[in-house]
Structure formats: C-alpha cells, structure tokens
Write a protein of this length. Structure first.
Length: 245
C-alpha cells in the first residue's frame, strides 16, 4: 500500500502582511514615502472636492447665467444669482456689485480667491520633487549594503544576501516614482482648473466694467422728514443770537 503525503496548503498572506513585507524589502526610506503618499492622496481628494464645487456642471451653469445678466446690465438679477450659490464666480460678482467694477476692486477680489485656489498646491509640488529623491536615496543605501557584503571577509557571500540589497534599491526607486506620479497628475489637473477659472473671472470682470461701469453703486440716503412736529436743530452759532424784527 502506497501512502501519499498530504501537503497542508499555505494560507495566502493577508494585505497587512504583504504591505509590511514590501516596506521591509524597500528599506527605511519606505516609511517617509508612505507618509508622503498618504498626504498626497488626502490633499488630492480635498482639492478635487473643492474644484467640483467651483467648476462642476451646476457651477458652470451659474457662471453662464451671471455672464448673461452682466451683459444685460441687470444688477438685481446678478445679485439674486450670486446669493443662490457659493462659488468663486458668485463671490467676485458680489464684490463687483457692492464696491464697483474698478481695477482695484477686481484685482483685490481675484487675489482673495486665488488664496483658496492655490491651497495645498505647494504641498503637492514638494511631494512631486521629494518622492523621487527619497527613492534615489533608497537606491544608494541598498547598493551600499550590497557592496558591504561583497567587501567583507574572504568567505563566500550568499548571493541571496546581495540580491536583498539590490532588491531594496529597486523597490525604493519604484516606490518613489509611484508616489511622485500619483501626485503629478492631480497637480497638473488642478493647475489647469485654476487657469481656466482665472480666465473666466477676467472675462466676467471685463463685461462688468463695460456694462455696469467702474463706479460703485449710489448709496441710499435718508429723505428729509415731512413730520409737522419735527423741529430742526439750530446751529450752535445761532443759539443766543437775537433775531431782528
């Protein structure tokens, strides 16, 4: 009777085990790269939500309606449209209505919105630059470790130990490039959104200056009272001066 050896199937590694194995193979620089990747994904998500609110389908329809109202010189409709939305176009339109469409007001309102448009863009730019450099640093440390093994004693060196250093170099380089790429595409896309938004704002400001003028709207003033019981105050210089008959 022939006995067949039964092999116990190995359990597939979990996601956490695979992640920790990758971090171990890439060397110490993998943890800074992991932090940069988390920051990049979080910032990209936040910027994506912001630009969907500013340049989504509903926001673009609102911009078209604002432009139509500005071309007609309809202040009341522009004010009503600006109050129904909270986009960069409605805020700039409100500023132009309240303070006039002069160049100073236009530049001030656009610069105030540019702060929100450029938020976290420097962070993404830094990650795009720093991630490949960290990958190169991991490459250097991995190769150094491999040469240290080769330059050791006269005994034969296990090739698997040398391949470990080379593997660390390759994993670190690839990880740095991946982190840079997942940051580069959102950075370029959000930069294009910013340029398109600034172009639309310049067009809206030019139309507002042409139809509404650059002077601020007249402020409401109080009408003189028609009440018969209302007594006008006399000037201090007239107090005590005898009236001539």
């Amino acid at each position: 009777m022939i006995l067949r050896s039964t092999q116990i199937p190995r359990e597939a590694p979990t996601m956490i085990q695979t992640f920790l194995s990758l971090m171990h193979r890439g060397g110490p620089v993998m943890w800074p790269l992991f932090v940069l990747s988390v920051v990049s994904v979080a910032v990209s998500f936040e910027r994506g939500v912001y630009w969907i609110r500013q340049n989504g389908p509903s926001a673009k329809r609102g911009f078209v309606l604002l432009m139509d109202s500005f071309r007609r010189g309809d202040r009341m409709r522009v004010s009503a449209l600006a109050e129904t939305s909270d986009t960069v176009y409605s805020r700039v339109a409100t500023s132009l209505l309240n303070d006039g469409a002069s160049d100073a007001v236009a530049v001030g309102s656009v610069e105030a919105e540019r702060i929100h448009m450029d938020r976290f863009m420097a962070t993404l730019s830094t990650i795009i630059t720093a991630a490949p450099m960290l990958g190169i640093l991991g490459t250097v440390t991995g190769i150094i470790r491999s040469f240290e093994l080769l330059g050791g004693g006269g005994a034969m060196v296990d090739p698997r130990a040398i391949s470990g250093g080379i593997g660390e170099a390759l994993v670190a380089t690839a990880s740095g490039l991946v982190v840079a790429l997942i940051s580069l595409f959102p950075f370029m896309g959000y930069g294009a959104q910013r340029e398109n938004t600034l172009g639309r704002l310049e067009t809206m400001i030019a139309v507002a200056q042409l139809t509404l003028g650059t002077a601020p709207p007249p402020r409401p003033h109080h009408e003189p009272s028609t009440d018969a019981n209302h007594t006008h105050e006399r000037a201090p210089a007239e107090i005590g001066v005898p009236q001539q008959v």
